[in-house]
Write a protein that binds this ligand. Structure first.
Ligand code: PMP
Length: 439
């Protein structure tokens, strides 16, 4: 049956990009994903970075069942009780500063659209500053402010978007005496250029606290503080896209807490739904009041759906009950330690970076040139998969070949050891193969 379905997949599905695996998949539980042949893989990407409390956690299954007893969906003008409970829990236990009011939609892309519409309406501006290497989503507005990849071929993007070069300590555009100086030099130049080009209608700066698709880049704290100031100085709002960083992934409640910088608008998605399509955008009462007075609209079919709100609440409860924010720090340190050990032994591991359980491991041909080892990265990732470890590698000529490693926060040390062993074996075989080919 799996062969027939595989054939059917070629005939009936649109291919939507990314690195698609050669086989089909059937189920997922905890850190394990199972394919059509019953073969198990360690999932070190948490699905598409969403399954932070593990795939199909019993609390999520219960929440779905609970919604089945009550309601999956309602008229968008009817606010389900559980949506209010979720908003209240977010504001009370998770959101920083004055961020108090939330709206609940479905995907990260949609959350970006909400944030941009809020900022434009509040400021009466339209100009947006975004980071090089950023990814905020695929829909119209979101793709306009995304620079990681895939901009070409889709017509005219919305005008008024400007780039701040991403702070990349391993590959700085402008070198400084140290990582901080390099990042700030890039920012200051970008702001000078923006001020020169601006039509005086600034709306927002949007940034992922850790620039993930761009290579798991962790900006220095002073850079994030300077970004906050740059927004304030220009009457623009600061938007944090916390699709990946909120709710424990990086060992803190949020990226905002990690940096000690509070944005005006915060988007949340992947890690809130635990695998179901739930996203949220939070802002202050002041901003929400102001845009409401201007008739702010984001009325969609699935805004405030009770099914996903029930699941979001369950995810937050599990994070608290199982102490997963703290666990992310502890297990993250362990995982990072294992990679640093490998780095001592393998010249091709150029850099290990990240925070909590979101790590970037950059592969180079050699440490002196830092040339990206794209072929080695692709081959090793393929071998990992054949040996039962699912990994994600980001390969861009300008930003190197970087594994983005993000297992569920529930991962065990035994699973980490197993994954690192598979990875080392795959790396050694790939090095042998590539050097044989070169000889
Ligand atoms: N923001 C960030 C930081 C993301 O990583 C992603 C997804 N990769 C998005 C937004 C878009 O989310 P979605 O794919 O759910 O639309």
């Amino acid at each position: 049956m799996s062969e027939t379905l595989l054939q059917a997949s070629k005939e009936f599905l649109v291919r939507y990009g990314g690195d698609a695996f050669p086989n089909l998949f059937r189920s997922a539980k905890g850190t394990i994903v199972t394919d059509s042949n019953g073969r198990e893989y360690l999932d070190f990407t948490s699905g598409q970075m969403c399954a932070t409390i593990g795939h199909n956690h019993p609390a999520i299954v219960e929440a779905v069942n609970r919604a089945g007893q009550k309601a999956f969906h309602m008229f968008s003008g009817m606010i389900p009780e559980v949506v209010v409970e979720l908003a209240q829990t977010l504001a009370r236990d998770w959101l920083p500063g004055d961020l108090k009011r939330s709206i609940f939609i479905n995907t990260g892309s949609e959350a970006t659209e909400v944030a941009l519409r809020m900022a434009k309406m509040y400021t009466d501006g339209y100009e947006i500053l975004a980071l090089g290497g950023s990814w905020h989503g695929i829909t119209g507005g979101a793709s306009t402010v995304s620079f990681a990849s895939d901009r070409k071929g889709y017509g005219v993007p919305a005008p008024g978007v400007f780039i701040i070069p991403e702070p990349n300590a391993y590959r700085p555009y402008i070198k400084g005496a140290n990582e901080e100086e390099a990042a700030l030099a890039n920012l200051n130049l970008a702001l000078k250029m923006f001020d020169m080009q601006s039509a005086g209608r600034g709306a927002a700066i949007i940034i992922e606290p850790i620039i993930s698709a761009g290579g798991v880049l962790v900006p220095p704290k002073s850079f994030m503080q300077a970004i906050r100031k740059a927004a304030d100085d220009r009457g623009m709002l600061l938007i944090f896209d916390e699709a990946q960083t909120a709710f424990g992934r990086i060992g803190t409640k949020t990226g905002s807490e990690f940096f000690g910088v509070v944005p005006d608008i915060m988007t949340m998605s992947k890690t809130l739904g635990g695998g179901l399509p739930l996203a949220a955008v939070a802002t202050t009462a002041k901003i929400e009041d102001a845009i409401h007075d201007k008739h702010f609209t984001f009325y969609t079919s699935h805004v405030s759906d009770p099914l996903t709100a029930e699941v979001g609440l369950a995810v937050l409860n599990v994070l608290t009950r199982e102490n997963l924010v703290e666990r992310s720090r502890v297990m993250g340190q362990y995982l990072r330690g294992r990679f640093e050990e490998l780095q001592q032994r393998y010249e091709v591991i150029g850099d290990v970076r990240g925070a909590g359980l979101l790590l970037g491991v950059e592969l180079v041909t050699d440490r002196a040139s830092r040339s990206p080892a794209h072929e080695l990265g692709a081959l090793t990732t393929k071998k990992c998969f054949e040996k039962g470890l699912s990994m994600n590698i980001r390969r861009r000529p300008e930003r190197g070949s970087v594994w983005r490693i993000a297992p569920p926060l529930t991962v065990s040390t035994q699973e980490i050891d197993q994954a690192v062993d598979i990875l080392e074996k795959s790396l050694r075989e790939s090095l042998d193969e590539t050097s044989r080919k070169a000889a």
